[in-house]
Every structure is written in C-alpha cells, then in structure tokens.
Design a binder for this molecule. Sequence first.
Ligand code: MG
Length: 344
Amino acid sequence: MLYTDTGLTGYGYTGTHAHLPTDRLITGAIEHTYGPLLAGEEADNVLCLWRKLNRFPPAQWVGRAGILKMALAAVDIALWDLKAKAAHLPLWRLLGGARQSIPAYNTDCGWLSISTPELAGGCRKLVEEDGWSGLKIKIGHPDPECDFERLQAVRRAVGPGVRLMVDANGALDLPSAMRYGRRLAEYDVTWFEEPMWYDDCQGHADLARAIPTPVALGEQLYSIDAFRQFIGAGAVHYVQPDAVRLGGVSEWWQVADLALSCRLPVAPHAGDMVQVHWHLALAHPACTVLEYIPWLGECFEEPATVRDGQALPPEEPGAGTTLRADVWERFGVDRGVSAELPRA
Ligand code: MG
C-alpha cells in the first residue's frame, strides 16, 4: 500500500504461489530498496518513477528478474492505482480504453488433478450453462495418451465452436513438445502454452516452426528484452505478459505495444491475479482475450466480473486492486510495508 498526503491509498500486489518466507523477501525489497527511493517523490509521475526504480543501481545490479522485479511490479501497480483514483477513473479508462467487454477464457476448469469425466462434465457445464466460449486445460500427464484422451473428451463435450487451449507449464522437452504439437490440431487447439522451459527461446522457435498449432508464452518472462528475443526469434504467437512478473503496468504496456507492432495478439496471463489485467485487457488494442481464474476475487472490493464469457468493464476508480477491509485479518496477514508519498 502507498499512502499519500491527499488521503488516497494505492494498492499494489504481486504473486508468488508461495508462503511467508518468499513473500517476506518481496516485502523486504519494497521496504529496503524501493521505499527510500519513493519517499518525497511526486506520485503522479509514474513512468519516471518506474524508470528510476528499474534503473537504480541496486536494482539493475541484482534485480533484473525475480524478487526485486516482482517487488517493483507491486509498487508500480500501486502507483497506477493512485493515478487512476486521483483522476476519478477506472484504470482502463485512464489508459484510453473504450471497449465495453472483452472475451474471457476459463482456466479453473482444467487442472490435471481433475478426473477425465469430471473434466469433460465441468467444461460442458461452463459452456452450456454459464456461457463460456473459451477454456484452457493443463497437460503433462506421465502418459501422453492420457492427455489426448482428456483433450478428446473435452472437445466432444463442448463441441466445435469453443476455443480450447492447452498449457504444459514448461514441462516438456523439445521432442515431446513436437510430438504433442503435431497432434493438437486434430482437436482444433487455439494455442499450445508454455510447452518447454520458460527461458528456452531457441527451443520454442524450433517448435513454432515445426507444428501447426500456435505457441503461447510469456507469463514467466521478466522484461521487455526477453519478449523482444522471443518475438524476434519467431518463438511465440500469442503473447502473455504478466504485470506482476514484469515491472508492473508500465512495463506490461511496453510489451503489449511491442506485440502490437509485430501484429501479435496479447492474451494477458492473469492467473488468480486477474484484477489489474482486467483493466489492461480492456484498454490495450492488442488484447484479444483475458484469462480468468477467480480464486482471489473475494479479496478485492470490486472483483473482476465475467458474464456469458465476457469480461465486463470495472466502474470504480483505480486499478481494481483495492483490498477489502476484512482481508488482512481473514488471511492472517500483516499490512506489510508502506511508503508515504507527498501527493497523488
Ligand atoms: Mg499458463
């Protein structure tokens, strides 16, 4: 949280899928590295502050990826939240967005732990009863035939008109990814997500040239430079930047502009941190679809809203990151680090 002398509070967040020891490294980075750099600064100058925090010697020396970059993301998101609140606008409007909705796809239906009958039934329900038109399922079973049986069951359950994506979360080697990739077209898969280890630019470029299904990745990339390498190598077709891994909204927007200039669609990786991506997807012209996992929605004052498979525009001023007052106690979390800025 960032406090200002106007009384406005900016909320940022980042995501670790971990527990307190790792989280404390991030809050410590905010307290000891970024907090002192923010004190006395003008909160409205977000891009200048982002550049200062991103390029300051401690960060450029030890933090171009990982903990410091995720801490920077939280700070930058809080600054954008402040800026939008000061303008009395939801962030997507502050950024120039005018869409009234964007298609969303549901990832919460397709975990590896779900049995095949449950998977197929759950996906059918999401389509037939809840109006979803895009779904993503995980692959990476020890026996690849199990993955294809599951994929076939889902395609049969939802019919031909539904966008279906698969995600390997970086688990495959190149020969395995090629074997998978050559068969995905049978099930009209829209994209093959993170087939191999996240940083393997050459491998993904080789794969992208060898299979008919487009490759999606980016949720584990920490910088615009990394995206430029993957895009330049032809290693990615659907670009999936994540504001909580990049340096916040500021760098996310740069990556989306890069994708736009290369005529590549952006599908923000939202995971269970959908809030700020909700605004970004509605605002940036390269975005074609928004990922949706609702796990943390109840933590926020205005949770991301999806109806009939469409993400609807937030109305409250800010980045959608304001936490409900009862969250701290409910989850046993202290209020962490705060930095006071002079005004927003
Ligand atoms: Mg993924």
